[in-house]
Each structure stands twice: as C-alpha cells, then as structure tokens.
Design a protein around this ligand. Structure first.
Ligand SMILES: CCCCCCCC/C=C\CCCCCCCC(=O)SCCNC(=O)CCNC(=O)[C@H](O)C(C)(C)COP(=O)(O)OP(=O)(O)OC[C@H]1O[C@@H](n2cnc3c(N)ncnc32)[C@H](O)[C@@H]1OP(=O)(O)O
Length: 199
C-alpha cells in the first residue's frame, strides 16, 4: 500500500499567542475558586471516576482564569523504567488545560499541544499542575500549564518537572460530538450535550 507523504508545510500546528487578544472574562457561572471542576463524563479518560484505565486527574478552579490539578503517577503509567511515560503526561496536561478553559465558559477541543519535559517523573509521585488561560481570539483559546512533584510534606520543589502550552478551539458540543455519539461507552449520558437522541 502506498503511504501518502505528509506535507509539513500544510501542518498548522504552532503555539504563538497573538498580540491582539480579546478581553478575557471569567464566566459568571464558572466553578467557584477552590471547588472541583466536574464537566466531563464519568468515563472520561482524563478525569472520569468510572474510567478504570483513566488518569483520574482532579482539576480545582482557582482565582480568575486559573486552575490547579492533581494526579498520582500510578505503576501502570510506566514508560522508561520507574518513570512516567511522556504520552501519559501530555494527556494529563491536555485534560488540565482543556478543563481550565471552561472557566471562560467555552467548551473546547485541543488544536495544538506542546510539552517540555524538564525532569524525570518517578512512579508513585504526586503531581500538582497549575494552569492559566492566557487569552483568546475568536474561537482560539491559549493556555499554559506547569507540573511539580509534591514533596512528602506537601511542599513544592523550586522548578517544574514539565511545562506545557496549548491552543484549544471553541466548539458547539452538540454539533462536534453528534456523529460520534454512537461510539460512546454510555451514549445516554451525553444527551445534555447533543441534539440527537442516542441510537
Ligand atoms: C459527548 C459529550 C462529551 C462531554 C463533554 C462535552 C463538553 C465539552 C467540553 C469540554 C471538553 C474538553 C475535554 C478536555 C480534555 C481533552 C481535550 C481533548 O483531548 S479533545 C480531543 C483532541 N482534539 C480533537 O479531536 C480536535 C480535532 N480537530 C477538530 O475537530 C478541528 O480541527 C477543530 C474543531 C479543532 C477546528 O476545526 P474547525 O473547522 O471547527 O475550525 P477552523 O476554522 O479549522 O479553526 C478555527 C481557528 O483555529 C485555528 N486552528 C485550528 N487548529 C489549529 C492548529 N492545530 N494550530 C494552529 N491554529 C489552529 C484556525 O486557523 C482558525 O483560526 P482563525 O480564527 O481563522 O484565526
């Protein structure tokens, strides 16, 4: 089978925050600071309580357009011996920032995500994330985040173990997810997001 060559000039991915950002407001109904942000469904790979193979990230709203999050690095997340797999960490950043964007009242999907891996992250670590909405332009929402290993006494070390930046794109969930709903593990749970009834 012939494999089409990827034209890298056509790849849109880049992270550059534009100069002419629109004013950013915390949505009046956003989760109050200090409370858990629970917007996804119970089987969400990133945050769902019922996702047996999930990350179980817990995101907590902060002040303004910021949030914090926690995740324990479980043994099944191993990549290099004794260390977290880099793709798992990127999924955690994706979840944290995609949820943080909801503070401005815009449901989003990831358009571009980039990670800098600064230090190895051991299995059994507790990670603490901080995330900020940097700005928006039309449907484009720009975020950054950092991860620290929480010490035994709950303290944070000086430098982050990883940092991330991402561009998320605002969507209408009813439109965006409609044609894929039949593949959901529990299609009935998504009725509030979709305008079509499940099969
Ligand atoms: C059923 C119920 C579920 C319950 C939850 C419902 C509520 C949802 C709430 C919250 C969910 C949050 C979940 C957070 C955690 C997980 C997040 C993920 O992992 S999401 C999965 C991975 N991401 C995708 O699967 C996207 C796949 N891509 C697409 O679907 C499209 O490409 C999409 C929607 C992103 C954009 O397509 P277009 O046709 O709508 O819009 P265009 O015009 O192409 O882009 C809009 C603007 O964005 C720029 N843009 C788009 N992609 C870009 C990129 N990669 N790099 C740079 N710019 C990009 C464009 O240049 C354009 O910019 P200009 O306004 O013209 O300036």
């Amino acid at each position: 089978m012939e494999v089409a060559e990827l034209d890298y000039r056509a790849v849109r991915g880049s992270f550059a925050v534009p100069d002419d950002l629109e004013p950013l407001d915390r949505h009046p109904k956003a989760t109050p600071p200090g409370e858990a942000m629970r917007y996804h469904h119970a089987l969400c790979y990133g945050c769902g309580d019922d996702a047996v193979n999930g990350l179980h990230v817990v995101v907590t709203a902060g002040d303004g357009v910021t949030a914090t999050a926690t995740m324990r690095v479980a043994p099944w997340m191993e990549g290099g011996p004794g260390l977290i797999h880099g793709g798992i960490l990127s999924a955690a950043f994706d979840e944290v920032m995609g949820t943080t964007a909801l503070l401005i009242g815009v449901p989003v999907v990831t358009g571009h995500l980039e990670i800098d891996y600064a230090r190895p992250i051991p299995i059994d670590s507790s990670l603490r994330f901080t995330a900020d909405v940097l700005g928006r332009q039309r449907r484009k929402v720009y975020l950054s985040a950092a991860a620290h290993i929480v010490g035994d006494a709950g303290e944070l070390p000086v430098g982050p173990v990883a940092t991330s930046r991402a561009l998320f794109i605002g969507i209408d969930p009813r439109e965006h997810f409609a044609e894929h709903l039949a593949n959901a593990q529990r299609p009935d749970e998504h009725q509030r997001w979709t305008k079509y009834s499940s099969p």
